[in-house]
Design a protein around this ligand. Structure first.
Ligand code: FPP
Length: 234
């Protein structure tokens, strides 16, 4: 056991392995996503209990549209269920935000996303950012377009561009991720938080996302704490 736990302020999670989890049980892939969504809800609650400021989860990438329509619709319906339940359940002090390009989503889903983002949750402990139709490269392209527009319209000059100029135009409201966790045994970033992961610690775990528990999050934070201690001097 590490004696000193250092809590990351911002944790990113690539919720991977839902399909394999379902396949192992002879179930349709969407059952893996359903269990994955339940785990996501529990892990967000746990982040609030721990006092983690930011949790960003990768729910649907710009590349995921290539999947069968049935699977895409399944994930979107899980999102609808989550947003409905959120309204009913006690979600005080957990704010929800979406990052990614919202334009391709159905109008009803967009309205629900907006409603969740505007909900009054009281004093916020944890902000959960759900990356939906998100891609790290797409996010940077979006920022570059905004900068080009600002220059064309005279609000900005090219010489004044700094890293902050780009950070301020990203989808995400938090530029840095301290810890990025990828379960399922894969060791790739897959276009998640490219700009925001410049100094992140990466923890890859062998558990499939639907089997991921609070104890797994504890283990990842413990690993993060050890690495921080090693590089923190003394
Ligand atoms: C990756 O596993 C997972 C996804 C592409 C979808 C993740 C979505 C959820 C967990 C549900 C979203 C809902 C809410 C409410 C956040 P994979 O399908 O690529 O798994 P595999 O690599 O084993 O096939």
């Amino acid at each position: 056991m590490t004696d000193k736990i250092i809590l990351p302020e911002h944790i990113g999670i690539i919720m991977d392995g839902n399909g394999r989890w379902a396949k192992k049980r002879g179930l349709p892939r969407n059952m893996g996503h359903k269990k994955g969504a339940e785990v996501f809800v529990d892990i967000s609650k746990y982040c609030k209990e721990l006092g983690i400021k930011w949790l960003t989860v990768y729910a649907f990438s710009t590349e995921n549209w290539k999947r069968p329509k049935e699977e895409v619709d399944g994930v979107m319906n899980l999102m609808r269920d989550y947003l409905k339940n959120m309204k009913k359940a006690a979600n005080e002090q957990v704010a929800v935000r979406f990052i990614g390009d919202k334009t391709p989503f159905d109008a009803d889903l967009r309205a629900m996303m907006e409603e969740a983002e505007n909900a009054d949750v009281g004093e916020v402990i944890t902000t959960v950012q759900i990356a939906l139709n998100y891609g790290g490269r797409d996010e940077i392209v979006h920022a570059v377009k905004e900068i080009a527009k600002d220059i064309a319209e005279g609000r900005l000059s090219a010489e004044d561009i700094t890293e902050d100029t780009v950070s301020a135009r990203l989808y995400s409201g938090t530029p840095e991720a301290d810890l990025i966790i990828r379960p399922s045994g894969e060791e790739r970033l897959s276009n998640f938080l490219l700009w925001e992961s410049a100094y992140s610690e990466f923890v890859f775990m062998n558990v499939l996302w639907p089997d991921f528990t609070r104890a797994d999050l504890d283990a990842a934070i413990e690993e993060y704490s050890k690495r921080n201690r090693r590089f923190g001097g003394v």
